[in-house]
Design a protein. Structure first.
Length: 682
């Protein structure tokens, strides 16, 4: 019988909870609080605090703070609406101003805001509030021009008091509780804005009785048809936004893997796509058919490494482009103990000639294009290569053991083995993984060549270890079982003749340079690092340069925030300069200066030396001089920023790809001509 018990709030039957004295007291205390100015972000924070971490992680539930939500909605649609308002009120003729303001009100009424991973509704709530605030500005200006606004009151006459309704807001949420909270949050936001409206104009539409709220659908956004959830209507502008679940390929459940298969179909490499890729791809499909734009918060991974070719190629094929982007920044919200994670924001739209905006550290820059690496280059996608563009030595993985630890020795085990039989030292070599190399660890391994096997197994302790390797491989996987016939050695047995150059596979995001180094030819490198066998010294200078590090940070995959160096993505794709003897000689001199500075600080580990906060001045200066020498190999004019370095390298990469394709085409034509000529002769 009460007129306000409608709008769907009590559509479903809910069992009445059993209250204890304590829970009843808490409810009464909550009722006595002043909730009028509550930040809607509290609902997201509440769920994040209540839901168990395991459950929250499984659903990919994340809650974004209001300032970060503004980073999404401002460049997506709000700044454009505000600019239209400013343009309208600056018109010279009063009639033009009124007409433009009326048109803007109609435009506000035609908007649809859609969050296909809405959680507790934060994005929708903030978007609703910001649009209502803009509407109030428009109505004030219009009332002043028409003479209907004075002394803080606006005479609405027969007009609707607000053109913006909750029915313009759409959402999809997988979690039932969050989906219910989103609907409730929107009603609360409407009540707050109605109260604000009343203070501004002395009149407002009553909050009660409740009417139908936002269109919040409980379901799986990867499976639902977005056009059914948020249908296109004549003249409507649709803006899709949100903070979908991230979840890299290794962290996805079977259901999520199936979701990705459902969205991308039989696309190559689909099993390696991040879960959030579903939202970008479905957003691109939606944009292709509708007058819409979309923007999502995401981890950096979608714009790094292999993800770029897997996700952005199909997005661009749907005639989409990146309209704006925020480069990496620290994501945070009001939830208790929220995880610190770096994110990006990427907005996509149908390709057009409108300006594109790139944001970094709060600074906005208008650019001609935004590449999938969030640089100012063309949409060139760096693809894996099996070999480098130029004549440089191959970079390969270190030696993979697969021996259960039986061929690897610590310091004590090495000494005991030699003590048991002095001849054992002939079969022991220093072993380096990335950690050993960077932190000064000491490990060794048993290294037996085929022609040495007969002598090696005469040593009982070595023979025992070989037998243990054989047993380990018998019970292992397919690869391990394939190595049973060679239990005395690693899977791979690469070695250098003169020296080896080691490059750890993972480097800290904080480091300014890759920490590469030369080791003696008898050193064995594990697969935790990558190796170049017997390189010329100049290669060290290129890999150690700031220029190369810029490339790595742009194209490499990541382990959390740390770049994962890949020979196929980082080394083989890198535009190495063509060097003559004098240039190589100059670079070699700088290599020796860097090594000399390392030697001067030999009491410190390489990890300590390359900590950017603790790097010795001499080593830093040696690297600075090396950088200048490397960059002169590319051009005489110095680079002024990392952005400029990266833009230059991408242009070189694009040029090298084009030249390679031209050569391949010419070769194919020549082959075809020879074949035709041979056929004619016959």
């Amino acid at each position: 019988e009460f007129p306000y018990v409608n709008g769907g709030l009590f559509r479903e039957q809910h069992p009445t909870p059993e209250f204890t004295r304590k829970s009843r007291t808490i409810m009464l205390e909550c009722g006595n609080l002043d909730w009028s100015a509550i930040n809607p972000d509290i609902f997201g924070s509440m769920i994040q605090a209540v839901v168990t971490p395991e459950h929250r992680g499984g659903l990919g539930m994340h809650y974004t703070s209001v300032p970060n939500i503004m980073k999404v909605i401002e460049p997506l649609f709000l700044n454009d609406l505000k600019a239209t308002y400013e343009h309208a009120i600056q018109k010279k003729r009063k009639g033009d101003r009124i007409n433009d303001l009326n048109d803007l009100l109609k435009r506000l009424q035609s908007l649809k805001i859609f969050d296909p991973a809405c959680g507790s509704g934060n994005f929708l709530i903030i978007a609703y509030k910001e649009l209502r605030k803009l509407e109030i500005q428009i109505l004030k200006s219009k009332g002043e021009l028409e003479g209907t606004y004075s002394a803080g009151k606006l005479d609405f006459g027969n007009e609707m008091r607000s053109v913006i309704s909750l029915s313009q807001f759409y959402g999809i949420e997988l979690d039932d509780f969050a989906h219910e909270v989103a609907s409730l949050s929107l009603w609360l936001a409407e009540h707050q804005m109605n109260t604000f409206f009343l203070k501004e104009f002395g009149s407002t539409k009553p909050t009660l009785p409740l009417e139908d709220g936002g269109h919040i659908v409980h379901g799986n956004a990867t499976r639902l048809d977005w056009e059914e959830v948020c249908p296109k209507e004549e003249g409507a502008e649709i803006y899709i936004l949100g903070n979908p679940p991230y979840l890299g390929a290794r962290n996805q459940s079977r259901q999520q893997k199936e979701d990705i298969q459902f969205v991308f179909g039989k696309m190559k490499g689909v099993n390696s796509i991040d879960y959030i890729g579903c939202w970008f791809y479905k957003g691109a499909l939606f944009n292709e058919k509708n007058d819409s734009q979309c923007s999502f918060v995401s981890t950096n991974s979608i714009c790094q490494g292999e993800q770029v070719s897997l996700l952005w190629k199909p997005v661009f094929q749907l005639k989409n482009e990146i309209g704006f982007a925020h480069k990496s920044f620290l994501w945070a919200n009001n939830a208790k103990k929220n995880a610190a994670v770096y994110v990006i924001i990427v907005g996509i739209r149908k390709a057009n000639h409108k300006p594109k905006l790139l944001f970094q550290n709060g600074i906005q820059k208008t650019v001609k294009n935004i590449s999938p690496y969030l640089t100012e280059n063309n949409n060139v996608i760096v693809k894996k290569r099996n070999e480098p563009f130029t004549d440089v030595p191959s970079l390969v993985f270190g030696n993979q053991a697969i021996e259960g630890g039986n061929l690897i020795l610590n310091k004590e085990e090495k000494e005991l083995l030699i003590k048991s039989d002095f001849k054992a030292k002939d079969f022991i070599r220093p072993l380096y993984g990335a950690f050993d190399y960077l932190n000064g660890g000491e490990r060794w391994c048993i290294w037996i060549k085929e022609e040495q096997l007969e002598d090696a197994i005469k040593i009982p302790s070595i023979k025992e270890r070989i037998n243990k390797v054989r047993e380990f491989r018998k019970t292992g996987g397919e690869v391990a079982r394939s190595l049973i016939h060679i239990p005395y050695r690693f899977r791979y047995i690469h070695e250098g003749l003169k020296n080896v150059l080691i490059l750890p596979r993972t480097t800290s995001e904080r480091r300014e340079f890759l920490v590469v180094g030369f080791l003696k030819s008898n050193s064995v490198i594990t697969d935790a690092a990558q190796v170049i066998y017997d390189p010329e010294p100049f290669v060290f200078s290129i890999l150690s340069s700031k220029l190369h590090m810029c490339w790595v940070k742009a194209v490499a995959g990541r382990l959390k925030m740390d770049p994962r160096y890949s020979n196929s993505l980082c080394y083989n794709t890198y535009p190495f300069p063509i060097l003559d003897k004098s240039k190589k000689s100059e670079l070699e001199n700088h290599v020796y200066k860097v090594l000399e500075q390392r030697e001067k600080n030999s009491e410190k580990t390489l990890a300590q030396l390359y900590d950017p906060d603790k790097m010795p001045d001499g080593l830093r200066q040696a690297h600075h001089e090396l950088d200048q020498a490397v960059e002169r190999c590319y051009r005489e004019e110095p680079f002024t920023s990392d952005e400029e370095r990266l833009a230059y390298l991408f242009k070189l990469y694009e040029k090298m790809i084009a030249e390679e394709q031209e050569r391949d085409t010419l070769f194919a034509q020549q082959k075809k001509t020879r074949k035709k000529k041979k056929k004619t002769t016959t």
